[in-house]
Design a protein around this ligand. Structure first.
Ligand code: PGA
Length: 252
């Protein structure tokens, strides 16, 4: 049995004051929802303030990115150790980072590998672009991202990670995938690749989320799918009512 998992990716939104206000309201309601792993991923500048508000709750904290080196001359970057001071989770390889900040399968792989030594749980994002989807390349692209992202990493570690299937054409567009279509990719591509790389038990242990325009009204459609264990939520995670309703919907 995989525990359902819902994470809110705030992206580059919310000042510290705004973050405090949002978490203050959200945490009150999220605490009531049991049996789900709940994670908030605010921007770096708000991590400290949000960590203080979440202390003593069962709501986890995540970062949206990190560097793979422990320390050094990398202006503007944040190391795994620094992230681990506040967070239990880190989103890695988000399509916006791949598209706008030059992240490649290779750098994503280094980052995922770097979580091993500091106890962070990576949320590895994979997903095809619209052009790749229309060219019928979804399987090739998504399986490559899983394979390359996890290259060299051992089964025991991989069993505990989280993967988010986020078709790029569905992110922030209001055009979510259908539950059935997303489940097919998770089952036939992501879990199949994990089975080929490791073994069936590993593939069945990894939590796989869907992401891309998830809202309170379509969340249940995704969570009712057998291979989808939760959601990585962008826009809707900035609204208390929406994010709480999405989290409730995991209780299928
Ligand atoms: P969205 O973003 O829910 O706003 O589409 C999802 C994500 O980028 O993780």
């Amino acid at each position: 049995m995989r525990t359902p998992f819902v994470a809110g990716n705030w992206k580059m939104n919310k000042t510290v004051e705004e973050a405090r206000l949002l978490v203050f309201e959200m945490a009150r309601e999220l605490r009531e929802i049991k049996g789900v792993e709940k994670v908030l991923c605010p921007p770096f500048t708000a991590l400290l303030a949000v960590a203080a508000l979440l202390e003593g709750t069962d709501i986890g904290l995540g970062a949206q990115n990190m560097h793979w080196e422990e320390k050094g001359a990398f202006t503007g970057e944040t190391s795994p150790l620094m992230v681990a001071e506040f967070c239990r989770y880190v989103i890695l390889g988000h399509s916006e980072r791949r598209a706008y900040f030059g992240e490649t399968d290779e750098t994503v792989n280094k980052k995922v590998g770097a979580t091993r030594t500091c106890g962070l749980i990576p949320i590895l994002c994979v997903g095809e672009t619209l052009a790749e989807n229309e060219a019928g390349r979804t399987t090739e692209v998504v399986s490559r991202q899983v394979r390359e992202g996890l290259k060299g990493l051992e089964a025991g570690f991989t069993s505990g990670i989280v993967i988010a299937y986020e078709p790029v054409w569905a992110i922030g567009t209001g055009r979510a995938s259908s539950g059935e279509n997303a489940n097919a990719v998770v089952q036939d591509v992501i879990r199949k690749t994990l089975t080929e790389m490791y073994r069936e038990e590993v593939s069945q242990a990894v939590r796989v989320l869907y992401g891309g325009s998830v809202t309170a009204s379509d969340a249940a459609e995704f969570f009712s799918q057998p291979d989808i264990d939760g959601a990585l939520v962008g826009g809707a995670s900035l609204r208390v009512d929406e994010f709480v309703a999405i989290t409730r919907a995991t209780m299928k």
